[in-house]
Design a protein around this ligand. Structure first.
Ligand code: G1P
Length: 297
């Protein structure tokens, strides 16, 4: 199924950030997990940078208690800026944190009922426009010199419209931790999605292609979420609502050309930190030498 008229542009990105981050306790007792830094940027900054690269400027954070540091991060810090100015320090390090007035909205998810419920909490802001979703735990880095994940998805969306999710292959024994697609025909980086199932048993999984934390969805999904019952793990699952859209609207998976780091896990976090350090001209040489030294010990 393909779209006939030009699809509406994606202007809004929703970031579900209400999670408690218990896997990183005690680090996340007083700091949101999205504020844990990978080198010198908090995790949430990478997702916001990726949204902006894709031309998305309106940011919606679905937050909860104890998450105000995320909003502070994207606010103007007058004291800090004036102190830095007095000390003749360049202010451009703060550029990624600057948001146009009015472009940052927060809504609260008062009860942790699942990812689908978190997205539904943003329904009044999303309105009747298509929108993007970023799960900030997943750090997606485009292939060197290439574009990021959401930009790749927006490029694909401009051709096929409808709903898109990013997917990647995992070893079959790992599928039960994720949403899994039933793939239809493939054309380049686009695969038709014919079914979706959240956290299936290995034996029941329709493929080993998992949903990897980036979505472009049509607003009708909000209506489906509004009446959605509990799914896997007793939570209101976004995957279940998306599955209802298949057949009604175009639905494709984009195979991301780049690397995904699972910063929801400790080892994934370390991997992301090392990989990004090794890719940075100002750190690569020293990091490589340090890693060699450590491995030799
Ligand atoms: C969520 C989604 C799942 C997706 C995963 C990616 O699961 O429900 O479909 O594959 O993110 O990380 P969670 O990690 O919240 O259990």
């Amino acid at each position: 199924m393909t779209q006939t008229s030009a699809p509406k542009p994606i202007r809004t990105a929703v970031f579900p950030v209400a999670g408690l981050g218990t896997r990183f306790l005690p680090a996340t007792k007083a700091i949101p997990k999205e504020m844990l830094p990978v080198i010198d940027r908090p995790l949430i900054q990478y997702a916001v940078d990726e949204a902006r690269e894709a031309g998305i400027e309106q940011l919606v954070f679905v937050t909860g208690r104890g998450k105000t540091a995320i909003v502070e991060h994207f606010d103007t810090a007058y004291e800090l800026e004036s102190t830095m100015r007095d000390r003749a320090k360049a202010l451009d390090v703060l550029d990624p944190t600057r948001i146009q007035p009015g472009n940052l909205v927060t809504v609260r998810q008062q009860v942790p009922l699942g990812l689908g419920h978190a997205i539904w909490c943003a329904r009044a802001i999303v309105g009747d426009e298509p929108f993007a979703i970023f799960l900030p735990d997943e750090l997606m880095i485009g292939r060197s010199g290439g574009t990021g994940c959401m930009k790749q998805m927006v490029d694909a969306y401009e051709k096929v419209g409808g709903n898109l999710i990013s997917v990647l292959e995992v070893p079959r024994e790992d599928v039960s931790s994720y949403g899994v697609i039933a793939p239809g025909t493939r054309d380049g980086n686009l695969t038709e999605v014919t079914g979706l199932v959240e956290k299936p048993k290995v034996a029941d999984a329709p493929s080993n292609l998992i949903i990897s934390g980036r979505y472009i969805l049509q607003p009708e999904v909000m209506g489906v979420l509004g009446t959605q019952g509990k799914g896997a793990g007793g939570e209101i699952q976004l995957t279940d609502a998306m599955a209802q859209m298949i057949g009604r609207q175009p639905f494709h998976a984009v195979t991301f050309d780049g690397k995904r780091y699972d910063c929801g896990s400790k080892v994934g976090f370390v991997e992301a930190t090392l990989a990004l350090a090794l890719a940075r001209p100002d750190m690569a040489e020293e990091t490589r030498a340090m890693a060699k030294r450590l491995l030799a010990e």
